[in-house]
Design a protein around this ligand. Structure first.
Ligand SMILES: Nc1ncnc2c1ncn2[C@@H]1O[C@H](COP(=O)(O)OP(=O)(O)O)[C@@H](O)[C@H]1O
Ligand SMILES: [Mg+2]
Length: 238
């Protein structure tokens, strides 16, 4: 068994619709992301980036293939796990384009909501949230609401929220799309630090060339398959 394996996908398939309305989106994707790696996922709009993330995240059911999250095989031509929601909560942190903080809760309450729903005592959840906010350099914002923070600060809170359950995997769908260049780089540097220091496997969808140098590898969707590239050369950004 490969202990370095963070995410592994083999011959993954996904289509929407049937017969004349059928659209094949992913048709035989295979790749591995190691623990500790930050991998950029790059492809034109509509190529299937979000669909791919949602399959890895056990949100969307594939039509065939295999998925491993760490050592655990979760999909093999059907879910191998009874409860996809519990695997999401246990293993995966999601970060989206907009942070979607709950507006009437403050920063710390946003971060501790899910851990508390999962049964973590309030004191423990708060201590962990403060630790994360300190790590992300926004501890002074703990008592503020999302509307009082800048876009970049909001996105850091979203990262803290994604980390609150100690995920093995982070799936980020265009997390810097709403940010200026400087804040984008700072958010991606955070993701890189988390990957390296905590051994998390991170896939980040991006259209932003400026953040690619901070990524360990670049994944493209080409002809409905995934091509993994170790260097920035030959990567076309659309
Ligand atoms: N729930 C769905 N039902 C039908 N078609 C979908 C659904 N989700 C995505 N698609 C289609 O799958 C393709 C890939 O979409 P998506 O994964 O969102 O692409 P990307 O994130 O790369 O822009 C698009 O053609 C989209 O219209
Ligand atoms: Mg998308």
């Amino acid at each position: 068994m490969d202990t370095q394996q963070g995410i592994r996908v083999e011959n993954l398939m996904k289509h929407f619709g049937e017969e004349e309305t059928r659209v094949d989106v992913i048709d035989g994707a295979s790749f591995t992301v190691n623990k500790g790696e930050l991998v950029a996922l790059v492809a034109p709009s509509g190529a299937g980036k979000t669909t791919l993330l949602m399959m890895i995240g056990c949100v969307t059911e594939p039509n065939g293939g295999k998925i491993w999250l760490g050592d655990e095989k979760v999909y093999d031509d059907g879910w191998l796990i009874k409860d996809t929601r519990s695997i999401r909560r246990k293993k995966i942190g999601f970060i989206f384009q907009a942070p979607y903080l709950i507006p009437f809760l403050n920063v710390i309450e946003n971060i501790t909501l899910l851990p508390q729903a999962n049964g973590v005592p309030e004191k423990e959840a708060n201590a962990k949230a403060m630790e994360l906010l300190t790590y992300l350099d926004i501890a002074d914002k703990a008592k503020m609401s999302g509307s009082q923070l800048s876009g970049g600060q909001n996105q850091r809170v979203a990262i803290a929220r994604a980390l609150a359950n100690n995920p093995q995997i982070i799936l980020a769908d265009e997390p810097t799309a709403a940010l200026d260049a400087e804040r984008s780089v700072s958010v991606v540097q955070m993701l890189k630090k988390i990957a390296q220091e905590q051994g998390v496997a991170v896939i980040m969808v991006t259209h932003d060339e400026t953040v690619l140098p901070y990524c360990d590898k670049i994944m493209e969707i080409v002809n409905k398959k995934v091509v993994m590239k170790d260097s920035l050369e030959d990567v076309k950004i659309i």
